[in-house]
Design a protein around this ligand. Structure first.
Ligand code: NAD
Length: 231
């Protein structure tokens, strides 16, 4: 029986690489994007409640069974420290909503679903090197959202391992997608490996965690940053 998997943010970048990596291992995948189309379920995760609606639609599309949730959708939007306070708070709210709250809402639904069916399941959260290293002056909120994701992943792993509900996080450094910006040469200068990661590299890690990693690895956070932040 193929594993049934929901991947958020699958319309481009890392998410678009995760889908074929999972399918190559025999999984049946439902993708997600900001809007409907491109064969994915649309849901603007910036809206409260959108994650729950996405879960319901994905469950229906996958015949009532989801075995793995991959929380990949995210934004990297800067806000200056001297921005007006309302702008600052709005930027924090939006990043926290999309990167952390929507991921948490989906994790919650996944855990409840795994409980209900009683046969375990897996969660793979795409966090960031920023969770451990921090980020730029414009991206405190991004780093905080990803650190939150890591703490949430570890909590889920510790809470439900006895029920075979496994949770993992991946912490990429820069990856060759729109999110890493245009100047990849400048990014690479800080990376001992000499280049940013490819989406396929991150997708391979995610697919391994989703389908193959041994249960004893639950709670693990895997770095993929070309040794730019070794901890
Ligand atoms: P990307 O911008 O290419 O893709 C982001 C995906 O998230 C898209 O599919 C987009 O539709 C979805 N998304 C964004 N806002 C959304 C919203 N409001 N509602 C619904 N969907 C929304 O980015 P990427 O580089 O592929 O990043 C994927 C994940 O990897 C993100 O969580 C990101 O934080 C993380 N990450 C990326 C890098 C990098 O350098 N690219 C580094 C570390 C971590």
């Amino acid at each position: 029986m193929p594993a049934h998997i929901l991947v958020t943010g699958s319309t481009r970048g890392i998410g678009a690489a995760i889908v074929p990596a999972l399918e190559a291992k025999g999984a049946q995948v439902v993708g997600h994007g900001r809007g409907d189309g491109q064969g994915v379920i649309g849901a603007d995760l910036g809206q409260a409640g959108a994650a729950d609606a996405l879960w319901d639609k994905a469950l229906e599309a996958l015949d009532g069974r989801i075995d793995v949730l991959v929380n990949n959708a995210g934004v990297f939007e800067g806000v200056a420290v001297d921005a007006p306070a309302d702008e600052w708070r709005a930027a924090w709210g939006r990043t926290m909503q999309i990167n952390l709250q929507a991921s948490a809402d989906l994790c919650r639904r996944a855990v409840l679903h795994f409980h209900e069916r009683g046969s375990g399941g897996r969660i793979v959260n795409i966090a960031s090197r920023a969770a451990y290293r921090g980020d730029s002056p414009e991206h405190w909120h991004y780093a905080a959202s990803k650190a939150g994701m890591v703490g949430m992943t570890k909590s889920i792993a510790r809470s439900y391992a006895g029920e075979e509900i496994l949770a993992f996080a991946v912490c990429p450094g820069f990856v060759m997608t729109g999110m890493a910006g245009d100047d990849l040469a400048a990014r690479a200068a800080d990376i001992p490996l000499g280049r940013v990661a490819t989406p396929e590299e991150i997708a391979g890690i995610a697919a391994y965690l989703a389908l193959e990693a041994p249960a004893s690895m639950t709670g693990a956070v895997l770095d993929a940053n070309g040794a730019s932040f070794v901890r």
